[in-house]
Design a binder for this molecule. Structure first.
Ligand code: UD1
Length: 349
């Protein structure tokens, strides 16, 4: 059986690390990795492959950045050629980026079966490019691997129950697998000299491209009671000169996955607009404050483990003062989502 995994952006490298490890345990599966090149900076791409020991991509389209239409079109053209050549049995896509929609669209037109990992997530905000990518991908895929029961329910509501399968969350597998390795390889003081800090990331288009939103976020950060550490995404970096913030905000270069796990483990709380980091905070039992107006990961909201505050300065400052009201429940599977996905594909008739 031949499988092509299509990846391109940072969180997809982490997810593919989990699944490809399981696929490659079976000699009968030929697992091919196609990197679209959506993320290309050393610290946005190569470091993840090296650190997580992801096999070198068999193909790299090097599409780079661009408007949604151009970026997706270049991917579509490049992926189609490779799929025609390789004739895989399955195309595996992850999450909700432009690489996901390009991969699934190219495969569907060639009648190649598509498996979507992290299916059934919805923010119900159609202004987000990711929402369009994930809805479309779910509806043209043949198997939908859902990370939570809530995702299963949302898929059923959209008439996709027959194609849905609960796998658990591959990012939960990943945190369980890599957290010890992270501690073996890195200590906190190699990454930052801060001992007490809030960990934050900002990269969503709705926050970066609206300068008022970005200013509000940084004004709140400037007024928090502990320093705010930001490994800064290059998208956000471009807008920094246009906003004001105090010395309480400590900016560093993007960090690797293992470094991020160390920061997560040692921070006081997490403030983010990332979907992945909301969950990683949850897995490592850190409270999260989400700088968006909605979340796909509604399970994390229970008992105040996560707060939705948008970009309201006062809400951000106040939410940091709250604490979770009770222990967490497990919504994300048993840490064996990668195995479940590999076994399902292997036995698919
Ligand atoms: C993409 C995904 C988002 C995901 C995120 C993970 C889409 C629509 N969005 O957002 O869902 O959460 O990846 O990080 O696919 N840039 C660089 N170097 C890089 C990559 C990007 O400088 O290696 C800069 C460029 O200025 C680029 C901008 O970041 O224009 C945005 O990159 P892009 O790939 O369009 O989207 P992300 O914001 O990374």
């Amino acid at each position: 059986m031949k499988i092509i995994e299509i990846i391109g952006a940072r969180p997809q490298f982490i997810k593919a690390a989990v699944v490809s490890k399981q696929l490659r345990k079976d000699e009968k599966i030929k697992d091919i990795i196609l990197h679209t090149g959506q993320h290309y900076d050393e610290n946005m791409s190569k470091v993840f492959f090296d650190e997580l020991q992801i096999p070198k991509p068999d193909y790299n389209l090097n599409v780079g950045s661009g408007n949604h239409g151009k970026q997706t079109a270049l991917m579509l053209e490049g992926i189609e050629k490779i799929l025609i050549d390789e004739k895989p049995d399955w195309v595996l896509v992850y999450g909700d980026t432009n690489s996901t929609i390009a991969g699934s669209l190219a495969a569907s037109k060639l009648h190649i079966k598509i498996a979507h990992v992290e299916a059934g997530l919805r923010s119900f905000n159609r202004l987000m490019p990711e929402e369009i990518n994930r809805i479309t991908t779910d509806h043209i895929s043949d198997i939908l691997f859902a990370p939570t029961q809530n995702a299963m329910n949302l898929l059923a509501k959209e008439g996709l129950k027959e194609r849905s399968y609960f796998s658990g969350d591959v990012m939960f597998d990943s945190v369980l697998f890599y957290k010890n390795l992270a501690e073996e390889k890195f200590s906190l003081n190699q990454i930052t000299n801060l001992e007490e800090f809030y960990l934050t990331t900002i990269h969503r288009q709705e926050n970066t491209d609206d300068i008022n939103n970005l200013q509000n976020i940084f004004t709140a950060f400037s007024n928090l009671d502990f320093p705010v550490l930001i490994p800064l995404h290059p998208r956000t970096q471009k807008y920094l000169a246009q906003i004001n913030f105090s010395e309480n905000v400590k900016i560093i270069e993007p960090v690797s996955y293992l470094e991020m796990l160390i920061l997560l483990k040692n921070c006081k709380k997490v403030l983010t607009d990332s979907g992945g980091l909301q969950k990683e905070a949850f897995f490592l039992q850190k409270q999260c404050i989400t700088l968006r107006n909605e979340t796909e990961w509604i399970e994390t909201l229970e008992n105040n483990w996560n707060f939705i505050v948008g970009t309201d300065i006062q809400k951000i400052i106040n939410s940091v003062k709250s604490i979770p009201t009770s222990k967490q429940k497990n919504y994300f599977g048993d840490g064996n989502a990668g195995e479940i996905i590999a076994a399902y594909l292997k036995n698919y008739k």
